[in-house]
Design a protein around this ligand. Structure first.
Ligand code: SF4
Length: 329
C-alpha cells in the first residue's frame, strides 16, 4: 500500500487571544478569544474552505498561519516545519512559499506604484529576476496568466475595476511561486458575476500550478464550488469539517444547518426549511460556557452549557463538535 501524502499544512490547537488592558496601570483585565484551539490539515493541491459569520476567527486564523500576527498557542507545520518558530531569513523564505490575497485588493495595492512595480516588487525582494528585462518579461507573463494585458503594466491600481485589482493581487501572489495561498474573502467585495470569474481563475491556476488554498468566506455558497473540504467556525472554534459534498448533503452541526438553510437552492422545486437563529453572535471577550453555540442552538440541552463538545471525526473523515450529533457520525 502507498504511504499517504503528508499534509502541506498542519494546524494544531491554534489559539490567538488578544489582551484587553485597563486601569491606570494598564493591566490585562480580559482577553478576546479570537481563535480558540483550531486544528486542520491541508493537502498539497487541495482547497479547504473556512466559513463563519464575521468575528468567528477565520481571518485571524489565516493571518496567524502567515505569521502576519503571532499565535498565542499551538503549532503550524508547513512542509513539515513549525512556522511559529521561524525567524529572519527562514521566515522570509516561508513567505515565498505561502502567500495571501485580501478582500479589498485596493487597500493591499500600493497606489503610488504601477502594476509593474506592484508585481515586480515581490520578484525583486525574493531575488527572482535576473535583470530589468527578465523582470518585465515575468510581469507580462503573470499578467497574461491572470487574464490581463501586457499594456496594463504601466497603469496604477486606481485605474482598474475591483475584479481587475483582485487579478493584480493574484498575479503578485503567484510571482513568487507559492505552494499555498490564503485567500481571505477574495470575492466578498465583488459583484456576483465577477465573483464567478475570479473563482474560475483561481481554479485554473490551481490546476496549472498545483496550488493549495485556504479559502476564507462568510458565505457557504461561495466556497461550495471551489472547496474540496469545508470547515465551519463559530466563535473561534471549528465546529464541523467535512468534504464539501458531505457537508452540503449531510450537515451535522446545528450551526452548519442554519448557515446552509440560508443558501439559495438553484432548483426551484427543491425545498430546504429555513433555520432561524436566535440572537447575535455572543461577545468573544466573554464567550458562552461549554458549547459556545448553546445560547443560540435550537436543540441545546443542559449539558451543552457545561461541557465543551470535542471535534470528533467519524466516517468519511466528517468531524463535528456537538454532543447530540456525535452518535450520528
Ligand atoms: Fe447545540 Fe449542544 Fe450541539 Fe452545541 S453541543 S451544537 S448547544 S446541541
Amino acid at each position: 500500500m502507498l504511504d499517504p501524502v503528508p499534509p502541506l499544512l498542519s494546524v494544531r490547537g491554534l489559539k490567538k487571544h488578544y489582551a484587553i488592558r485597563g486601569g491606570i496601570l494598564s493591566r490585562v483585565v480580559d482577553k478576546v478569544h479570537a481563535v480558540d484551539g483550531v486544528s486542520f490539515d491541508i493537502a498539497p493541491g487541495e482547497t479547504l474552505g473556512l466559513v463563519g459569520e464575521s468575528g468567528c476567527g477565520k481571518s485571524t486564523t489565516g493571518r496567524a498561519i502567515m505569521r502576519l500576527i503571532e499565535p498565542t498557542e499551538g503549532t503550524i507545520q508547513f512542509e513539515g516545519r513549525d512556522v511559529t518558530r521561524l525567524q529572519g531569513e527562514e521566515l522570509r523564505a516561508l513567505r515565498r512559499r505561502m502567500q495571501i490575497i485580501f478582500q479589498d485588493p485596493f487597500a493591499s495595492l500600493n497606489p503610488r506604484h504601477s502594476v509593474r512595480g506592484i508585481i515586480g516588487e515581490a520578484l525583486v525582494i525574493h531575488g527572482l529576476a535576473k535583470n530589468r528585462r527578465d523582470l518585465t518579461e515575468q510581469v507580462v507573463r503573470l499578467l497574461e496568466l491572470v487574464g490581463l494585458r501586457p499594456d496594463h503594466m504601466t497603469r496604477f491600481a486606481h485605474e482598474f475595476s475591483g475584479g481587475q485589482r483582485q487579478r493584480i493581487g493574484i498575479a503578485r501572489a503567484l510571482a513568487v511561486q507559492p505552494r499555498l495561498i490564503v485567500c481571505d474573502e477574495p470575492v466578498s467585495a465583488l459583484d456576483v458575476s465577477i465573483q464567478a470569474q475570479v473563482i474560475n481563475l483561481l481554479e485554473d491556476l490551481q490546476e496549472q500550478f498545483g496550488l493549495a488554498y485556504l479559502f476564507i468566506a462568510h458565505d457557504l455558497s461561495v466556497v461550495e464550488h471551489i472547496s474540496n473540504r469545508v470547515g465551519v467556525m463559530y466563535l473561534g472554534r471549528v465546529v464541523e469539517i467535512a468534504t464539501a459534498r458531505d457537508l452540503y448533503a449531510n450537515p451535522l452541526h446545528p450551526y452548519t444547518e442554519a448557515l446552509l438553510s440560508a443558501v439559495p437552492i438553484p432548483d426551484p422545486t427543491a425545498k430546504r426549511s429555513r433555520v432561524a437563529l436566535k440572537g447575535d453572535v455572543p461577545n468573544p471577550i466573554n464567550p458562552p460556557s461549554g458549547c459556545h453555540f448553546h445560547t443560540r442552538c435550537p436543540i441545546a440541552v443542559a449539558r451543552c452549557a457545561i461541557e465543551v463538545p470535542a471535534l470528533i471525526t467519524g466516517a468519511n473523515s466528517h468531524a463535528v463538535a456537538c454532543h447530540l450529533r456525535h452518535e450520528t457520525i
